[in-house]
Ligand binder design. Structure first.
Ligand SMILES: C[S@@+](CC[C@H](N)C(=O)[O-])C[C@H]1O[C@@H](n2cnc3c(N)ncnc32)[C@H](O)[C@@H]1O
Length: 288
């Protein structure tokens, strides 16, 4: 079988499961990963015969995809903010919306650092770090940042640690349950979190490949108290942020107004809600 013939077979296997453009993208990712070629090389080698061993690996990936397993878990990596991150079923797969949150922080901080010519390190804490994508992207892009990150999951932290090493980022990781913390040990200039925020009632809006593969503990909160993480992190941050420090959250698109009320109630000011590229209320920042 050559590459063109495999592409036809792949499309037939996944037709109806994903949009045609997504099938095309998945096919390229699969071929790139197994044949160790980049996208241009794959495109230029359409008549190249595939070896028996490569074909059996390609068939395995195709069959896992047809069972709704996310491509990122199959190939074990994903791209976030221009860097490569390892992912596995203990870590959420980083989302493009979260890249927008990271970009907001980096742009804000880079601008304010230029204005203030601040010499000391900018102290940053990422709560619920998962793969470490937020913490590592900030550490790599704000050269004067000292970044710490916490997560309740040991397995996620082990992956985050590997990701920091792989990307040569200096991040200190702690295994902590934020809901059980009474106060944060240090002062921070920036606290950021993308905590679990999907209500059980929203499960039906989610795709099968998210529901059956990504960790529930990274995604879901109860319908009765969906802002449990935001309230706790907001209260901790209010006590631990430096003067002019900022709190940034990724949020549930349906709870923007509730988030503003919550942060005002804690005492935060300069609250700014921001939409993501899909026009949904997705991020919020507030100052101490
Ligand atoms: C929505 S995921 C975000 C992961 C990553 N920051 C990202 O943006 O892709 C939420 C993360 O919070 C962690 N988490 C859940 N409950 C926690 C708790 N009580 N204390 C600390 N971390 C928690 C989960 O393990 C998961 O890694």
């Amino acid at each position: 079988m050559n590459i063109d013939e495999f592409r036809i077979y792949f499309r037939e296997q996944l037709a109806g499961m994903y949009e045609p453009e997504e099938v095309e993208n998945l096919c390229f990712l699969t071929l790139e990963h197994i044949l160790k070629m980049n996208r241009v090389e794959v495109s230029l080698s359409r008549k190249m015969d595939i070896s028996t061993s490569a074909l059996s690996q390609l068939n395995e990936v195709t069959s896992r995809l047809s069972l709704s397993e996310p491509i990122q878990y199959i190939i074990g990596t994903t791209e976030f903010y221009g860097m490569e991150f390892q992912v596995n079923p203990a870590t959420l797969i980083p989302r493009p919306e979260t890249e927008e949150l990271v970009d907001w922080i980096i742009t804000d901080k880079a601008e304010s650092l230029v204005k203030s010519e601040k010499k000391e390190k900018l102290k940053v804490l990422d709560i619920g770090t998962g793969s470490g994508c937020i913490a590592i992207s900030i550490a790599k892009n704000l050269s004067n940042a000292h970044v710490e990150a916490i997560d309740i999951s040991q397995e996620a932290l082990a992956t985050a640690y590997q990701n920091a090493k792989m990307n040569q980022a200096d991040v200190t990781f702690y295994n902590q349950n934020v809901l059980a913390v009474e106060e944060l040990e240090h002062k921070y200039d920036v606290i950021v979190s993308n905590p679990p925020y999907v209500r059980m009632l929203e499960k039906k809006e989610m795709r099968d490949n998210v529901l059956s593969n990504e960790p529930d503990s990274a995604l879901f909160v109860s319908d009765d108290d969906p802002l449990i993480f935001y309230r706790k992190i907001g209260e901790l941050a209010f006590e631990s942020l430096s003067v002019n420090g900022f709190l940034y959250f990724e949020i549930n698109e349906y709870l923007g107004k509730e988030m503003i009320d919550l942060l005002k109630g804690i005492g935060f000011s300069d609250i700014e809600l921001k939409r993501d590229m899909f026009g949904k209320d997705r991020m919020i920042k507030a100052s101490r």
